[in-house]
Write a protein that binds this ligand. Structure first.
Ligand SMILES: Nc1ncnc2c1ncn2[C@@H]1O[C@H](COP(=O)(O)OP(=O)(O)OP(=O)(O)O)[C@@H](O)[C@H]1O
Length: 320
């Protein structure tokens, strides 16, 4: 999704700046994984899949989310929770509503029916309609969505230049640090058109992890990645997958600074990204969740949707 001119800036500003509520720590044992039953059938999930402990670590919840575009009913009652510390993948065939659900979570689209809760507070509408404090939500677009007319430095530091009271040289330093965290150096003065696809994705990642260090408390963030490795060669994909992990892992970024990425959600078609970058999977088909499970269950699942998808087979319940 691309925006142009001031609209582009305004929307980007809203996305990255969104949503805040105090962070909750992981459980004492450091785990967050809910046990999932591999034999769910479509429509049964919300009935059988209640965690056996509290929901105090739930950062985002989608409850019975529906969305249509004209006569096309895309999302048909999507229910899931993203907990603090989780690395979640959303997979499924093309056109099934994966990007749409990310945009709804980010507040770029409103559901026609159902609710999105951010730290337990119901989102009333689009991001611009409200201020929720305690959680930032960043969306890293499939296309990287850099501003073509701005340098890499201006792109990465965009929010801080626009919104913070930090002096320019301090922002510049943070930009350089953010770029270093994604393995880029000496690219600050380049224009996006001078970067490869993989570099653009890394710049977009740097832009999503930069934060205003002049604030007393740095809020945690949930990052939403829309196909972060699409179009990349296998090695560049591995670099991006590991970066996604590293900015989140143990609350530290790739250069060892305290990180603030509490959880992330990745929409992907790439097997390598499924295997390397996420721990839990949500399978969306025709606007409904038809399977959830841990990543290691993906290849052994007997769910026909998963089996067909994993094998890339033409035979099965998914029709093209
Ligand atoms: N703003 C919009 N207006 C009209 N139709 C839309 C809009 N956004 C998405 N759609 C339609 O909704 C459907 C789901 O789109 P979405 O991008 O969410 O799918 P997806 O699962 O992410 O697909 P892919 O894996 O191919 O990226 C598609 O048929 C798409 O054409």
């Amino acid at each position: 999704m691309l925006y142009s001119g001031s609209r582009q800036k305004k929307v980007h500003d809203k996305i990255i700046c969104s949503c805040m509520a105090p962070p909750q720590n992981l459980r004492n044992d450091g785990s967050f994984a809910t046990k999932f039953n591999d034999s769910f059938k479509s429509g049964e999930l919300s009935r059988v899949r209640e965690p056996d402990y509290g929901d105090s670590d739930v950062l985002i919840e989608c409850r019975d989310v529906h969305k249509s575009f004209r006569e096309k009913h895309i999302l048909r009652g999507v229910n899931f929770k993203i907990r603090h510390g989780e690395a979640v993948g959303i997979i499924g065939p093309s056109g099934t509503g994966k990007s749409t659900i990310l945009k709804i979570i980010a507040g770029l689209l409103t559901p026609d029916k159902g609710e999105v809760y951010i730290r337990g507070r119901k989102r009333a509408g689009l991001i611009s309609d409200e201020e929720i404090s305690g959680l930032r939500i960043g969306l890293v677009f499939q296309s990287a969505a850099l501003f073509d007319s701005l340098t890499v430095r201006e792109n990465v530091g965009f929010l801080l230049y626009e919104n913070s009271s930090m002096p320019g040289d301090q922002i510049s330093k943070l930009v350089t640090e953010s770029l270093a965290a994604v393995g880029l150096k000496d690219v600050e003065e380049r224009m996006p058109s001078e970067l490869s696809g993989g570099m653009k994705k890394r710049v977009a990642l740097a832009r999503s992890i930069i934060c205003d260090t002049s604030k007393k408390a740095i809020e945690p963030e949930v990052l939403l990645y829309d196909e972060p490795t699409a179009g990349l060669d296998p090695i560049a994909s591995t670099v991006v997958e590991d970066l996604i992990r590293s900015v989140h892992m143990k609350g530290e970024d790739a250069v060892g600074k305290p990180g603030n990425i509490a959880s992330y959600v990745v929409v992907t078609h790439q097997h390598s990204t499924i295997g390397r970058a996420v721990d839990r999977l949500i399978f969306l088909h025709e606007g409904k969740i038809v399977w959830e499970g841990m990543t290691h269950e993906f290849t052994t699942s007997t769910n026909p949707f998963v089996q067909q998808f994993a094998a890339g087979s033409l035979d099965g319940p998914i029709k093209y």
